[in-house]
Design a protein around this ligand. Sequence first.
Ligand code: AMP
Length: 403
Amino acid sequence: MAEETRKLNILVLNCGSSSLKYQLINMEEKKVLAKGICERIGINDSQIKHTPIGKEAVIIKGDMPDHKNAVQYVIDALVSKEHGVIDSMDAINAVGHRIVHGGEEFASSTVITDEVIEAVKTCSDLAPLHNPANLIGIDACKQIMPNIPMVGVFDTAFHQTMPKKSYLYALPYAYYRKYKLRRYGFHGTSHKYVAYRAAEFLNRDIKDMKIVVCHLGNGASVCAVDGGKSVDTSMGLTPLEGLVMGTRSGDIDPAILQFLAEKENKTLEEVTSVLNKESGVLGISEISSDFRDLENAIAQGDKKAALTMNVFCYRVAKYVGAYAAAMNGIDAVVFTAGLGENNGAVRSEICSYLTFLGVNVDEEANKCRSIERDFSHEDARVRTLVIPTDEEMMIARETAKLL
Ligand code: AMP
């Protein structure tokens, strides 16, 4: 890394509608100095949970009617005498913002200017729950830290290398022209970090690799990374498409929307809400959206919990198979995020479908959690890896690179 980027302290912000997650990262040591979350912004009982790394977390109750107040609480916590990690706000060299949707406008991270803010606003139609919250965070920082440069890192940007055959839906082309209706994909920051880290871990040049990254968390997506570029991904115009997720259905027959609306006497909006919030793992299992609850139920012999796990794993495996075809080959399958990093049984079941490709799991090595590990058998033709994701570090890196 260039000398001038190493000195930086980068504040990484991830703003939701009523929350704000942050990490202060020192790029010289590639070390997180502090992290935390402001919750219930604009509601009541707001609070900040602040963790200076190496010390106990503190919870500070406070009045946060809006994100500007929340950003001020973050700065105060970072410079505080008792649990601060820097002397003053001047020690923050730049702010990296996670922005969910960059549409076709942003194929890479970018320094935030007034023009960029306007362009992000135009993408809000595509992510009405997320982009406005991200913009509020940017505005709050502009007011509180007007002289500190900001960079936007987009969840969609990594996937902008997808060829048209991957991102076009088979709908009248006019909808693409008029509304930019197409596959965008999400989790791009994670897919990029994990793919590049996997190549580094294997001591190989990513340019020569065909990698499938399985980001399996509450939200889940698969990405085909050919030569370091995203060439296909399972999420679409919105994060609803693709895999079975905690509460999201993933792929279904689109005719189900009208069918359910008629049978259940629901509006389209209500049916879409069912697909987003009441489906997926929660919907099938009727137990929980959290795989830990499912594991407990399976251990007690619950058949529907076991079936839910089968449906989940089968869908992931089908995507990996499809992406092996999309890239005409595959060198590594990499697992990340809450489930991918922690659930060996899920990894093992997914891999059981992929032996025809040359996947061969070392079950002993697969008994791992949240560490970087190659868990393939020595005879495997395709490597299988766990690489814990680190979206904040990736955002900090992108920010440092641009400044
Ligand atoms: P994420 O959205 O990345 O936080 O992932 C959430 C999913 O990962 C849930 O289904 C959890 O059951 C699972 N998960 C997260 N952390 C763990 C853990 N430490 N052990 C087992 N499963 C976990």
